[in-house]
Design a protein around this ligand. Structure first.
Ligand SMILES: [Fe+2]
Ligand SMILES: [Fe+2]
Length: 337
């Protein structure tokens, strides 16, 4: 499957615990001084093979070679995971601080890295290291949006139209953070803590059978019951993780409750649903409507807001909905004006 030249001279075949290191998180020539492995399918499962030794640089040539061969993810050994996650945070810091990198590119790096980290987190929701790296990236995203209001629109303009659970999680966290900032009632640290709940609001879906989560079209009553357990599964997965604060747990627990009591699992109503959750619901519905699914085309931002105003005004917080319309404005790709 992989050409011989792609494998470093000292080939090491090994098994053990590995963390995914998506290419989107590896910037060429930026000091990725840790071993990187390829995951190779074999008859009895898969095997990890050394691709890059720790003392070799990860170059643009290597990156392109991997992409040409359809490889989107390399892996790091458990022992190197700490070094790798520190590298991810450091690299983003350097990108954001650089005067030579345009805002569009900065947003792209933040977006792609967040997405990759969320994907890894869905695979390993029990990793405190991964969660604290997510938190660092969320902190950087919140400061970027708070420091430069145009950044929110730039990020939204990059959002993928095709729905995936991972991009959806990042979209909800970015839009939700922008709305929290817009209220003017939250400090950046609080926004960071709440945004972790937005990022991981659907993490409980990692405990629902994937045939149900991925099923296009209508679910059977039994499947709906399984799916409706994902908020509580999410709480179970996250409640003992140190970086996940109580506000984030509340968001995960209540993110499918609706103002008119028709939500689940507790049928809460009105302001008994926390404001942070009402913000999450608006971002969640907006992203779902503006994403393309196999069974429905994506609505434009305008159509989505119209539909939310016309058909969901008793289910969503009206003030938050107007805040969204005001905040995203007419120029974003998912423009609402
Ligand atoms: Fe959900
Ligand atoms: Fe969601």
């Amino acid at each position: 499957m992989y050409p011989e030249t792609m494998i470093a001279p000292a080939v090491e075949k090994t098994t053990g615990i590995f963390h995914p290191a998506p290419l989107a998180t590896l910037r060429p020539d930026s000091g990725a001084m840790f071993e990187l492995y390829l995951c190779m399918p074999v008859r009895w499962g898969h095997r990890y093979i050394l691709y890059k030794a720790a003392d070799l640089e990860f170059t643009e040539k290597k990156r392109l070679e991997l992409l040409e061969n359809g490889v989107k993810t390399l892996y790091v050994r458990e022992e190197d995971a700490g070094v790798y996650y520190e590298y991810v945070d450091r690299t983003i810091g350097q990108v954001l601080a650089s005067e030579h990198i345009p805002p569009q590119e900065k947003s792209r790096v933040l977006y792609e890295t967040s997405q990759s980290l969320v994907k890894s987190t869905f695979e390993r929701p029990d990793s405190p290291l991964l969660l604290s790296t997510n938190q660092k990236v969320v902190t950087r995203t919140v400061s970027a949006i708070a420091g430069e209001p145009a950044m929110l629109r730039t990020m939204v303009s990059l959002f993928a139209f095709d729905y995936s659970l991972y991009t959806h999680s990042v979209h909800v966290s970015v839009i939700g953070s922008g709305l929290l900032l817009e209220t003017g009632d939250y400090r950046n640290e609080d926004i960071r803590d709440i945004a972790m709940g937005y990022l991981l609001h659907d993490i409980g879906k990692s405990r629902v059978p994937s045939e149900i989560v991925r099923k296009p079209g209508l679910l059977s009553p039994w499947e709906i019951k399984q799916m409706e357990q994902h908020p509580d599964h999410g709480v179970g997965l996250m409640q003992h993780q140190e970086v996940i604060r109580p506000q984030a747990i509340e968001v995960i627990r209540t993110h499918h409750e609706l103002m008119d009591g028709t939500g689940y699992p507790r049928h809460l109503t009105g302001t008994s649903i926390p404001l942070e959750t009402r913000i999450c619901s608006v971002a969640d519905v907006f992203d779902a409507l503006t994403s393309h699914r196999v069974y429905k085309p994506a609505l434009t931002g305008y159509q989505a807001c119209r539909q939310m105003l016309d058909r969901m005004s008793n289910k969503l917080d009206d003030e938050i909905l107007h805040l969204l319309i005001h905040r995203l404005g007419p120029n974003a790709k998912r423009a609402v004006g």
